[in-house]
Write a protein that binds this ligand. Structure first.
Ligand code: B12
Ligand code: SF4
Ligand code: SF4
Length: 362
């Protein structure tokens, strides 16, 4: 089979498996990969030590898979017909980032990529080797996505596709076989700076560069210790991840909704009732979030975030539950509950908020 035909059949199969985008990048270095080391050296990775431990491999795909020639990059749209966080205004509820509303995406993409790998194996020579990764492997996925023609790096560092915007999850299949290579997409950000201006924690020291230590996504998911006090107020109602720098992006104005069943939102994941979360025991937490992205920060991390969201809500109805959390067995939760109480006791009384409603569709 010719290289061209092989490439076409693999791409066609990726689309049949439900991926929205697929392209092929060369398994070689690039200026963006060189930037990775500078980013680490600046300290922007914070406590994500796994990023520096795997730096050598991330900078050179040959160290991940000797003989690697091509990287098949697949993108899955995860947008669903529900409003953006910038339209969320209910002081009783927290905000969970859009990617975390359905099943944990790692399993969803890994399953599809495994099936793509099985299919490719039927076409490839026996000695061909491959590796697949979704997020957790030593591969800087967005760089290969760019060179596979899936999109460009937005100034918010997210990969943006002209047709689908940035609500995309990525997975890669690295192969020792040469395939037809795609062309990188040019930058379409132009003079726009909406994402940089909208970030509530000022996490962009410059366009295309994120200081993860200030990003709400890092603070609510990756950080295991106390949230720095100066960043608590700007976190608003976020309890897991953040979508703001994507919500404001003009390329996300035109919406495309995923048909993938496993990514359809579960109402209890989207904008959860803060008091309900604050009252979760360890057992109830495990039952409610098993297999979902919300499991990741564990109960102690999630309740830490919930305390911050309550402290920012201006809603004094949370005072009794926060007082209960002062007795929690986790010191991290107790400290954040005390901070939240200080915020609410100082807050002016406000009219009662509307009764909680089920999230509405756009
Ligand atoms: C660590 C990590 C994080 C960290 C750090 C994010 C970051 N920007 O680096 C935190 C926890 C903050 C995070 C947050 C999010 N993440 Co994340 N994350 C990752 C992970 C595991 C590694 C990313 C990485 O290598 N960062 C290192 C830095 C150096 O890379 P970078 O920011 O992409 O920087 C590149 C550009 O700056 C670039 N560059 C390009 N042009 C230019 C121009 C100039 C002038 C300069 C200076 C640099 C530059 O060079 C760098 C590459 O070396 C990847 C999965 C993977 N294995 O790749 C997912 C991944 C990037 N995350 C993803 C998602 C969905 C998110 C969130 C949207 C989740 C959420 N809603 O909360 C947010 C988005 C926040 C944001 N604005 O980036 C998706 C991104 C999909 C997409 N469309 O881009 C990925 C690819 C996971 C996946 N498999 O789908 N994430
Ligand atoms: S995800 Fe939120 S906190 Fe992080 S850079 Fe974007 S707007 Fe800022
Ligand atoms: S908001 Fe503007 S600058 Fe930011 S990623 Fe979107 S188009 Fe680019």
């Amino acid at each position: 089979m010719s290289r061209h035909e092989l490439t076409q059949r693999i791409k066609q199969h990726a689309l049949e498996l439900g991926f929205d985008l697929v392209g092929v990048a060369p398994a070689q270095g690039s200026p963006e990969l060189d930037f990775y080391e500078k980013w680490l050296a600046a300290g922007y990775a914070g406590d994500m030590h796994y990023l520096s431990r795997t730096q050598e491999r991330r900078s050179d795909l040959q160290k991940v898979l000797p003989g690697a020639r091509s990287v098949v990059v697949c993108g899955l749209n995860y947008d669903t017909p529900y409003p953006y966080s910038t339209d969320h205004d209910d002081s009783r509820r927290g905000w969970v980032a859009r990617y975390a509303w359905g099943e944990d995406y790692h399993g969803v993409l890994e399953d599809k990529l495994q099936r793509l790998r099985d299919f490719a194996a039927t076409l490839l020579p026996l000695e061909a080797a491959s590796k697949l990764y979704v997020d957790t492997g030593p591969v800087v996925e967005r760089v290969y996505a760019k060179y596979a023609g899936l999109g460009w790096f937005g100034k918010n560092t997210c990969l943006l596709n002209k047709r689908l915007g940035s609500w995309l999850l990525l997975g890669v299949l690295v192969l020792t076989v040469p395939l037809d290579i795609d062309h990188p997409t040019p930058d379409h950000c132009g003079t726009c700076t909406r994402c940089l201006d909208a970030c509530p924690t000022e996490a962009f020291p410059e366009p295309y560069v994120l200081d993860a230590r200030r990003c709400i996504s890092y603070l609510t998911i990756e950080l295991k210790t106390a949230i720095p006090e100066d960043l608590r107020a700007p976190m608003g109602s976020h309890v897991l991840g953040c979508d703001i720098c994507q919500d404001v992006c003009p390329w996300n104005r035109k919406r495309h909704f995923t048909a993938e069943p496993s990514l359809q939102p579960r109402p209890q994941h989207m904008h959860p009732d803060l008091e309900e979360l604050a009252r979760l025991t360890l057992e109830a937490f495990r039952q409610r979030f098993r297999g979902a992205a919300l499991e990741r920060p564990k109960r102690r991390g999630l309740l830490r975030n919930v305390c911050v969201a309550m402290g920012n809500s201006g809603n004094r109805a949370f005072i009794p539950v926060l007082e209960d959390l002062l007795q929690d067995k986790e010191p991290l939760i107790r400290e954040h509950a005390a901070w939240a109480l200080d915020q609410l006791r100082d807050a002016p009384a406000r009219p009662a908020d509307p009764a909680p409603t089920r999230p509405s569709r756009t």
